[in-house]
Design a protein around this ligand. Structure first.
Ligand code: F6P
Length: 533
């Protein structure tokens, strides 16, 4: 099927995306999918009926649908770690029917923990749980990677719904992160949540110990103001956190897929348990859609196939995510982990080298800011960057609807401009009154836009908890489907291990007790150990 896709691409070389609208007046309807209130528009790509059908066949050959059923049914799909990948169980209603891992239904434990989180969140929000200074005014989540990016992104995304204590997030081992965050906080009114699946991650544990020391300087029993979110409950006890404030989760919840369970506690405290349930319900609706919708009606599948077309068939090495929604400012960073930690692999499930490029580099920033920064390259640079726009019909600022209209106009104008471009003739005509002769020619060439640059747009009514849940689950399943098509394991992350191991030996070098690194690293270590002189 790959050969067929490559042949289709070659056969269409030189055909412009805009011409597809001329030959098919129904294209705008036929190359969109709607579900759960979301609309995915992929008309502004080179996909046509034949290439779409071939891509759908590719997904069928790879067994995406069967693999999705296996994943959501609790099978051991994370084969290199010998585990299920059951984040979908965290958002399944209790009445959904048993989901078994090693013969045991996981839903009762998931919902028991969810209810404990809700009781705790209500107590924190209502003030019955607090510090010596009274009700908590601030919550500090200490975690990194999936134990940070999901809740940090979601708390910002759902700010209009946040009526609980203020939430802060510290991830980096750089003491500046913790110091700057702690500076305005009152230790007597701050709840510290240590979020770590393993409870061994050096950044998180170092920050957690420093935060405990900070609190101990003004509070008698600092451990009472700590909660833990982890799969390693023996280690949370060793840290001194009482079991009543430990919210456990199973090893089948991957870090980058964990915002739906205990790792989402800070979000639940921010927006309240009812809104958090709406967030889960939005994701569950997308799970059902992904399982049930077929072929071109399946939104995550179509997102995946457009991604495969661009990265693996056309060979475009990057993909830009451009939320025209300021509160999704952290979505690109969240998706970087979700997509690149999942599908940035060099070998297939059986250990053989991947036959195609792995997932593209994902990057991006909110619009319209991006337009005044890097969109120049996307419009006129020599490389093609497929773009993903996200935009809501409504904002949350009724008094600022004119801002929102301009935001939407800019979003739609970007994808239109990327597709349409501007020819040399058009540029000449535009400048004809200002320049002439050779200067006209020179100036006109600078104003040519090649166009034909692909993009998809995800549109939704408003960024509320349910919609955020839908969007994140859409991306999760897109990543999953791409991973199945590429034949790799989307649920391990061995590639982060080597750097962690070497950091230990370089740390020894910095403290002067030895070196296990190259001459380059040893020289840098000596310079830095000497204070940079
Ligand atoms: O280093 C990568 C990673 O393992 C991520 O997959 C994970 O989200 C992050 O570290 C944090 O891990 P933990 O929750 O165990 O502290």
């Amino acid at each position: 099927m790959w050969e067929k896709l490559e042949a289709l691409r070659a056969a269409r070389a030189g055909r412009r995306i805009s011409s597809l609208f001329e030959t098919d007046p129904q294209r705008a309807q036929r190359f969109t999918v709607q579900t759960c209130g979301l609309l995915l528009d992929y008309c502004k790509t080179q996909l046509d009926d034949e290439s779409r059908a071939a891509l759908i066949d590719l997904a069928a050959e790879a067994g995406v649908a069967a693999r999705a059923r296996a994943m959501m049914g609790g099978a051991c799909v994370n084969e290199t770690e010998g585990r299920a990948a059951l984040h979908t169980a965290l958002r399944a209603p209790e009445t959904a029917g048993a989901i078994r891992v090693a013969g045991e239904d996981v839903l009762p434990a998931v919902h028991a923990t969810l209810r404990r989180m809700e009781d705790f969140a209500r107590a924190v929000r209502g003030g019955s749980a607090g510090g010596p200074g009274g009700a908590y005014t601030d919550v500090l989540n200490i975690g990194i990677g999936g134990s940070d990016l999901g809740p940090a992104m979601a708390v910002q995304a759902l700010k209009p719904y946040a009526d609980g204590p203020r939430c802060h997030f510290v991830a980096n081992i750089d003491g500046a992160d913790l110091a700057d965050t702690l500076a305005p906080l009152d230790p007597a009114r701050t709840l510290v949540i240590v979020a770590s699946k393993t409870f061994t991650t050096v950044e998180t544990m170092t920050n957690a110990r420093t935060a405990r020391d900070w609190m101990a300087r003004s509070v008698d029993r600092p451990a009472e103001q700590f909660a833990a979110l982890s799969s390693a409950v023996d280690r949370t006890a060793d840290f001194g956190i009482d079991d009543s404030r430990v919210f456990p989760f199973a090893d089948w919840v991957g870090g980058r897929y964990s915002v739906w369970g205990p790792i989402g506690l800070s979000l639940m405290i921010a927006i309240g348990p009812e809104r958090f349930r709406e967030f889960l319900a939005g994701a569950h609706a997308m799970d059902r859609h992904f399982l049930e919708a077929e072929g071109a009606d399946n939104m995550p599948l179509m997102m995946a196939l457009v991604g495969i077309w661009h990265a693996q068939v056309c060979g475009y090495p990057t993909r830009a995510v451009l939320p025209y929604d300021q509160r999704l400012a952290r979505l690109p960073a969240y998706l970087q982990q979700l997509e690149m930690e999942s599908n940035g692999k060099g070998v297939a499930m059986d250990g053989t080298p991947l036959a195609r490029p792995s997932c593209p580099v994902v990057w991006g920033a909110p619009g319209t800011n991006a337009q005044h920064a890097f969109m120049q390259l996307v419009h006129q640079g020599t490389q093609v960057v497929p773009c993903e726009f996200l935009v809501a019909a409504r904002g949350h600022e009724p008094e600022l609807v004119h801002h929102h209209r301009l935001l939407v106009a800019n979003c739609l104008a970007q994808s239109e401009a990327l597709m349409r471009g501007r020819t040399l003739d058009e540029a000449r005509q535009m400048l004809a009154g200002r320049y002439e002769g050779q200067e006209l020619e020179r100036q006109a060439r600078h104003r040519v836009f090649p166009g034909d640059r692909p993009s998809v747009t995800i549109a939704y009514p408003q960024l509320d908890p349910q919609m955020l849940g839908c969007i994140l689950a859409l991306y999760e399943h897109r990543v999953f489907a791409e991973g199945v098509i590429l034949g790799l394991n989307s649920f391990d992350q061995w590639g982060v291990e080597l750097g962690k191991e070497l950091a230990k030996s370089v740390d020894s070098a910095l403290s002067g007790s030895g070196i296990g690194a190259s001459a380059s690293t040893a020289t840098l270590a000596a310079f830095l150990r000497g204070g940079g002189a």
